[in-house]
Design a protein around this ligand. Structure first.
Ligand SMILES: Cc1cc2nc3c(=O)[nH]c(=O)nc-3n(C[C@H](O)[C@H](O)[C@H](O)COP(=O)(O)OP(=O)(O)OC[C@H]3O[C@@H](n4cnc5c(N)ncnc54)[C@H](O)[C@@H]3O)c2cc1C
Length: 436
């Protein structure tokens, strides 16, 4: 079906439903905390989506509290938009850049430095500028770290050059990834697509890149002289079995199918020779030639959390997966990608879990147990070709949890594409401002 027909279908459907509620943006009305809970200091670390959602909500619900935000980052980057930059849908980075100053409430004390050490036994943290900040309650929202250095021979400077792309690193590198992909598709050749062996933010992004690369080759009429290979470090390509099976079947059914190689972890790249090294589960290395490679780096907790008493055994923030309260420090909560939860490193997760964190923090402040439970909601509009996507939503138990009654999560639609291209950014900004 053409994009135009898809668009017409979508408009008919959209007329019948409230678009905002279909994205799962249900307004949650919360009562303001009572006066006695207000004479406290709450520190939020990180001014990404999670930190902003937390600070804006706290500002509304605890109007008299002393609120402190710590992050040196003044530019806000809308990361879900990187996929659209890296696949040639959005031509410039303007749409993904915002000024954090416009998103931080005026009465919040924003300390523009990074946290160097967390000292939860003293209810304090130290900044890189040498300042000690004491708190009554702490929300950790530092996001995660991209560990490109774990891929031997690869430097971040190589990304977006010499046939190497990566959607994750930055808006600039996402755009340069599209330039590499565009050059590649003019001639065709061998594309090597990868997946990290660690937890990932938006684990659907490497699949979106693969679908879109295949589609771009088809559009350029170079698919017949191309080969797209996907390498996964495990025995699957997505954690939710139904989605995993669906995508694998789709790739098999494509004209010039995508070949999937399991138990192959990307461990090295020879940039000059255009070869990638994959290590199997027995520790044997396999070398693959490529004309274009998409690199998904290992992802891990930021150093300040990893090296602190707040970390779990592998470095992530040690929170209860339902209440998002720290396991050992009841006055500490976690929000966003830093959380050591089984799933959910997405903006959609932040949207549903920010109200849970803020309400539970207020409950504890009032001497109660946390009353709210998060179900692990994660969502990802999985682009399958230009103009079509699947709106995949699921929870901790791998249940599919569709919020739009007329959209089958395992079928592609223009509606889901439209959500990703047009609706996700406004919805995301509403989350950052604590409005939904
Ligand atoms: C390519 C891509 C595609 C994606 N697509 C989707 C999608 O389609 N749908 C979806 O829902 N999600 C998607 N996501 C995921 C989503 O963008 C993230 O889950 C979300 O942005 C995480 O927000 P965060 O605040 O936890 O982390 P971040 O946005 O990374 O922010 C973390 C902040 O913490 C700060 N910080 C770090 N360390 C410190 C420190 N020591 N002291 C002070 N501050 C610190 C950083 O400076 C940063 O500002 C995508 C992500 C990527 C990269």
């Amino acid at each position: 079906m053409s994009i135009r027909n898809n668009r017409r279908d979508f408009l008919k459907i959209a007329a019948g439903v409230g678009l905002i509620t279909t994205t799962g943006l249900h307004l949650r009305h919360t009562t303001q905390a009572s006066a006695e809970t207000n004479a406290v200091t709450v520190v939020v670390v990180g001014a990404g989506l999670a930190g902003l959602a937390a600070i804006n909500r706290l500002n509304k619900q605890l109007p008299n509290a002393r609120l402190i935000l710590v992050d040196s980052n003044t530019t806000h980057r809308y990361q879900p938009g990187y996929t659209l930059l890296a696949t040639g849908v959005w031509p410039s980075a303007d749409k993904v850049l915002d000024d954090n100053a416009s998103l931080v409430p005026k009465n919040v004390n924003w300390i523009q430095s990074q946290v160097q050490t967390f000292e939860p036994d003293q209810n304090q943290l130290m900044t890189e500028a040498g300042e000690t900040i004491k708190y009554d309650f702490l929300v950790v929202a530092t996001g995660l770290r991209l560990a490109y250095e774990q891929i031997q021979g690869l430097s971040v400077r190589d990304l977006g050059t010499k046939g190497i792309g990566s959607v994750y690193a930055s808006p600039e590198i996402a755009l340069a990834t599209w330039q590499q992909m565009d050059q590649f598709r003019q001639r065709g050749g061998r594309a090597v697509m990868t997946l990290a062996h660690t937890d990932m933010k938006c684990a659907g992004a490497p699949l979106k890149m693969t679908f879109m690369l295949h589609d771009r080759l088809q559009q350029a009429k170079t698919l017949s002289n191309s080969q797209v290979d996907f390498f996964s470090p495990s025995q699957r390509i997505f954690s939710v079995p139904k989605v995993n099976e669906n995508v694998l079947n789709r790739w098999k059914a494509l004209e010039n199918p995508i070949a999937v190689h399991f138990e192959r972890k990307l461990t090295g790249i020879d940039v000059a020779k255009k070869t990638a090294t994959f290590t199997d589960t027995q520790g044997n290395n396999h070398t693959e030639n490529y004309d274009f490679i998409h690199v998904v780096p290992p992802m891990e907790a930021v150093e300040s959390v990893k090296n602190s008493p707040l970390a779990n055994a592998v470095g992530w923030l040690d929170v209860d997966q339902y209440t998002l309260q720290h396991i050992r420090y009841p006055n500490v909560f976690g929000l966003g990608d830093i959380n050591g939860t089984p799933k959910g490193k997405t903006a959609a997760t932040v949207k549903l879990s920010a109200p849970v964190v803020v309400q539970n923090l207020i409950d504890v402040m009032k001497g109660k147990l946390p009353s709210q439970k998060f179900n692990g909601y994660t969502s990802c509009p999985l682009l399958v070709e230009e103009g079509k996507a699947m709106l995949v939503e699921f929870d901790y138990e791998n249940n599919l949890t569709p919020t739009v009654p007329f959209v089958d999560p395992l079928k592609e639609s223009y509606f889901a594409w439209f959500l990703e291209e047009m609706m996700l950014k406004p919805a995301y900004m509403a989350v950052a401002k604590g409005r939904v």
